[in-house]
Design a protein around this ligand. Sequence first.
Ligand SMILES: [Zn+2]
Length: 305
Amino acid sequence: MKFLQLLVSSNIFVAVTILSPGSLPLGSLLSGLPFNFVQRFGVQADSRAIAQSCPLPLLDRLASHRIAPGETLADIAKRYKLRPETIMGLNVNARSTVLPIGETLLIPPFNGIRVNVPPGRLIRDVAKQYKVRADVLFELNGCQPAPSTLFIPGITWSPSYDTPAIVPSSVLKFTFPLRMAAPVLTKFGFRPNTRLESHSGVDLAAKLEAPVLAVAPGTIAFAGSQGPSGNLIVINHPKGFQTRYAHLGSVAVKLGQRVSEGETIGTVGQTGVPSVKEPHLHFEVRSNTKLGWVAEDPLPWLGMK
Ligand SMILES: [Zn+2]
């Protein structure tokens, strides 16, 4: 019972601090808490969390609800004192007009959304983006230094919060950024030797001065020298995409210029600080999400995976 009291009080602390005024009536939240804890989380799982002096990530301790015949999303939301959007955000199967009977829904203890955190993005960046306290976000998500998924309290879900909320690479394909097929020198993601540093694009082996082509129609958002990227071209494409071409030898386009698919925009070079010595094109694909431009693995977009 002592555990339980501790947990309840620590959760009240979290609940009080995270919810901005007006997001939920505080009284209903506080009165609902002891029930939440006994009923939904169980004491055993949380005693482990106490040992680590931080609760388990909220997303690891969601309750579940089995959809009964005739039940509507509004019924379920009301029962758990949640907004329907909160349940829709966490459960793809709750987004259709008729709920699938017998299937399970994940139920959080209060309103909020789940977001994917791109590599390299810190909790404090996400906190700033959603105007919530970073320390609260950190604690609520299990005090992990670099979580890939976060629960953000007090935010109402909408379809645009899903990341990436874009056309999948299985549907849309880009033209190859070089005239000839090229082996991949460095893949997207973590480099084998430097585990802390992630590679935000792919390195495609190419001869120096080989033409670099726009992979899709778009508008030049940057053209010039930029630190370690060397000579860099950034193209904004329709449907919330961006592509980047780094370490170029020459740049043949200007800011604001419109380019067509397959158009030459520059040449392969060795400017800036390339990740490998062999001449290559560093190519990136980014999608526009609520967290800003998020780098994606370019290979599926080039039909190489
Ligand atoms: Zn690279």
